[in-house]
Design a protein around this ligand. Structure first.
Ligand code: HEC
Ligand code: HEC
Ligand code: HEC
Ligand code: HEC
Length: 217
């Protein structure tokens, strides 16, 4: 009996060290708001809820993911390389989840149906002008033949292994009435720091290797 107990303690210690050592988790990351004062002392709650989650249709794609945080208004306009577009024409459904905090139009503590008053600031504030950001959504159609692109981004179509699945984190969205694969915030970022990379990157960007996974340069 006693021996079994010791073994269990050892394996627990190994697990704990592994998690802390890899730093591959949301705990302690920029998305751990549990000490922020506005997050109900919880990590997941500002973004997810186990019950009564939001169900919002975004041009046929749902919020899903048991989403709990308020979104930018559907009428919200973003400045993009393709012109000024309202929310659902500018952005794919996943990027809209991010913008519920990062465009600065919705309070961080607006979740669970409550209207908050604390807003994002500093370098984490992306804003509604996306012309000075890497293209996402309707301005970032993944087109291996380069057709339809404003310029030739020299995309690395041969290298189709990006992130944790085969370009699977491109998002579908309606662009000019057609379903297109587009670059999203979640193509480059993983909001829980899975992988343990700086800036919540989906893959390590040391030596700009993430950029090079897509761009032939
Ligand atoms: C800052 C917002 C945010 C926080 C905090 C957050 N998540 Fe998420 N979570 C997301 C987003 C956005 C997605 C969708 C990601 C995608 O589809 O690529 C997601 C997706 C998920 C998924 C679906 C599988 C996946 O990884 O895509 C699970 C499960 C999940 N989150 C669990 C959690 C748990 C548990 C916590 C707390 C420990 C948590 N999340 C905290 C934003 C967040
Ligand atoms: C609940 C609000 C909220 C949502 C939703 C949210 N974020 Fe954040 N995010 C923040 C805040 C607040 C910070 C800044 C934290 C700080 O400066 O301490 C941040 C920081 C970041 C950072 C900087 C990480 C670092 O290490 O400096 C990245 C990258 C990021 N968020 C990406 C995303 C992406 C991508 C999504 C959607 C998948 C998303 N966020 C959704 C609130 C949010
Ligand atoms: C093409 C890849 C890519 C896309 C798409 C992308 N990001 Fe980033 N983002 C990065 C990289 C790389 C960094 C780290 C920059 C650095 O090293 O200074 C970063 C940094 C950030 C930061 C931290 C800024 C800082 O200096 O504190 C935030 C916040 C962020 N991104 C949010 C977002 C949001 C929200 C979206 C979607 C609208 C998004 N990102 C889309 C690649 C991307
Ligand atoms: C997942 C693939 C992917 C990754 C990763 C990626 N890009 Fe891109 N990038 C694209 C696509 C797609 C476009 C243009 C889409 C269009 O115009 O239709 C683009 C456009 C650009 C442009 C032209 C933007 C403009 O407005 O003129 C630059 C510069 C660029 N990327 C730099 C980077 C850098 C730097 C990184 C790394 C931080 C990076 N990209 C990572 C896919 C990617």
């Amino acid at each position: 009996m006693k021996r079994r107990h010791l073994i269990n303690l050892t394996s627990l210690a190994v697990l704990a060290c592994g998690a802390a050592g890899a730093n591959a988790q949301i705990v302690g990351s920029a998305h751990d708001f549990s000490n922020a004062g506005w997050a109900d002392n919880q990590i997941c709650k500002p973004c997810h809820t186990p019950h009564n989650a939001m169900t919002v249709d975004i041009n046929g794609y749902g919020t899903d993911r048991l989403w709990n945080h308020a979104l930018p208004a559907q009428s919200q306009v973003y400045n993009t390389n393709e012109g000024d577009l309202t929310r659902d024409d500018a952005l794919d459904a996943k990027s809209i989840l991010c913008m519920g905090c990062h465009d600065g139009t919705v309070a961080l503590d607006s979740f669970g149906g409550v209207n908050g008053g604390t807003y994002i600031f500093g370098s984490a504030l992306i804003g509604t002008n996306l012309t000075n950001d890497h293209p996402v959504g309707g301005a970032a159609v993944w087109n291996p033949t380069y057709e339809g692109s404003r310029y030739n981004p020299r995309l690395n179509w041969e290298n189709q292994t990006f992130g944790d699945d085969r370009m699977g984190r491109l998002q579908d969205m309606l662009v000019d009435g057609n379903v297109e694969s587009v670059i999203s915030c979640v193509t480059c970022h993983e909001p829980h720091r899975r992988g343990g990379n700086d800036f919540l990157m989906r893959i390590d960007n040391t030596g700009s290797q993430m950029c090079l996974a897509c761009h032939i340069k």
